[in-house]
Design a protein around this ligand. Structure first.
Ligand SMILES: *Cc1c(COP(=O)(O)O)cnc(C)c1O
Length: 418
């Protein structure tokens, strides 16, 4: 059995390549010939399966310690296929702080088609237990059947709170519910949720796994054959499959996952420490700066906290001025790629959330999210520093204007009295 870094580079051969090519071939073929009418070819039609996609699917299953992997045209296509295994009337308990597109897919699509969603603070075991059990959840405090699944993200976005996969999965299993984890922010390099009790792992491979802001892709890994059958049905019948060229883009990205992530994390740690002492910054959300970071890592079976962090600027500072003045950071949504990105969650990644909901989960109008890349960290810190200086100048101008206005009014009032 090879180890993780070797698996990143080599994957598992599909047994299709007789040419000696070092890289798995990209098959530009939608159909595969039968040897005879009687034959049962391994691949017959590209939507149902093809060797390029199979390589990636086997590789992600190996990396996540699952039994079967599936590649989709996007993370949301992967989530759609996964949720499609449930039926009208099934109840899903959902972490309170999930990706905006997932929130919208659940509440604006699946809820209209009979699935029931209960949002809960997954860090509160008693609240989670009550929600999964269904006791007292019906009208007039009646009991309802237990939930069919708990759906959550290991590191939440954009506040980077840690969800304990082992604890949450244990509560799900107490009531026969599946534990479904979106592992996009963590990747199998930092944690393998299936080892900690989860049943299904989902990735937006658009982010760290592909890692170069080139493709949209989604991956699902399962443990049980039964769940795998349901997800394969959805993959093959909805047809939201990842094309061979893009499967290869993700495969190539995966080869450097560990190297990129190491640099992203050390850069993120330095930037979080810089922000922590900057006078225009009120709070920094990155578990790496917490005093109990090592306990947090050990308790959660995590190897690190990834390359995304967020912070609030002090009241009176306009976060848009900071963002509009960055030059090395690009002003863009997404994360996990080689280049650093910055964004304003309330206007960009989390605009789907109603403002009241947003504030309830701590995503204020002052919050900026950074997705750290692999550049020289000094360039990133200098970029932030000069943008803060611009925001400080803008703050001063406004303050002076307010002061001047107040003086005018005072003088006018004095004139009236005189
Ligand atoms: C981006 C993202 C998704 C959606 O993935 P797409 O590839 O954009 O469809 C889902 N979950 C998380 C945590 C994400 O960051």
């Amino acid at each position: 059995m090879t180890r993780f870094n070797t698996q990143l580079v080599h994957g598992l051969p599909v047994g299709d390549n007789t040419t000696g090519a070092v890289n798995p071939p990209i098959y530009n073929s939608s159909t595969y010939a039968f040897e005879s009418v009687e034959s049962m070819p391994r691949w017959d039609y590209a939507r149902s399966g093809n060797p390029t996609r199979e390589f990636l699917e086997r590789q992600i299953a190996q990396l996540e310690h699952g039994t079967r992997g599936f590649a989709f045209a996007s993370g949301l296509a992967a989530i759609h296929a996964t949720l499609s295994i449930f039926r009208p009337g099934d109840r899903i308990v959902v972490g309170r702080n999930i990706y905006g597109g997932t929130y919208s897919l659940f509440n604006e699509y699946f809820a209209d088609r009979g699935l029931l969603f209960d949002a809960v603070d997954t860090a509160d075991p008693e609240a989670l237990d009550a929600a999964v059990s269904g006791s007292g959840r019906g009208s007039g405090g009646a009991d309802v059947p237990p939930a069919k699944a708990v759906y959550f993200e290991t590191l939440t976005n954009p506040l980077i709170e840690v969800n304990n996969v082992r604890a949450i999965s244990a509560i799900a299993h107490r009531y026969g519910a599946l534990s479904i984890v979106d592992n996009t922010f963590v990747t199998p390099y930092l944690q393998r949720p299936l080892d900690l009790g989860a049943d299904v792992v989902i990735h937006s491979a658009t982010k760290y796994l592909a890692g170069h802001s080139e493709v949209n892709a989604g991956l699902v890994v399962v443990l049980s054959e039964d769940v795998g059958r349901g997800i394969y049905f959805a993959q093959n019948r909805f047809g939201g499959v990842l094309a061979p060229t893009e499967c290869n883009d993700v495969r190539r990205g995966i080869q450097t996952l560990a190297l990129r992530m190491d640099r992203q994390q050390s850069n993120a740690q330095s930037i979080a420490e810089y922000l922590l002492v900057h006078p225009l910054v009120r709070t920094v959300h990155y578990p790496g700066i917490r005093a109990d970071r090592n306990r947090l890592l050990a308790e959660n079976g995590l190897k690190g906290f990834g390359g995304v962090l967020s912070f609030e600027v002090v009241p009176g500072v306009d976060p848009a001025v900071v963002l509009d003045n960055l030059h090395v950071f690009r002003l863009a949504v997404s994360l996990g790629a080689v280049e650093s990105l910055a964004e304003l969650p309330c206007r960009m990644t989390h605009f789907e959330l109603p403002r009241a909901e947003r504030l309830k989960v701590g995503i204020t109008d002052q919050l900026i999210r950074l997705a750290i890349g692999i550049e020289d960290v000094v360039d990133l810190i200098e970029d932030l520093g000069q943008a803060f200086d611009k925001a400080y100048d803008a703050l001063d101008a406004d303050a002076l204007q307010a002061d001047a206005d107040a003086r005018d009014i005072r003088e006018m009032a004095a004139g009236l009295v005189a």
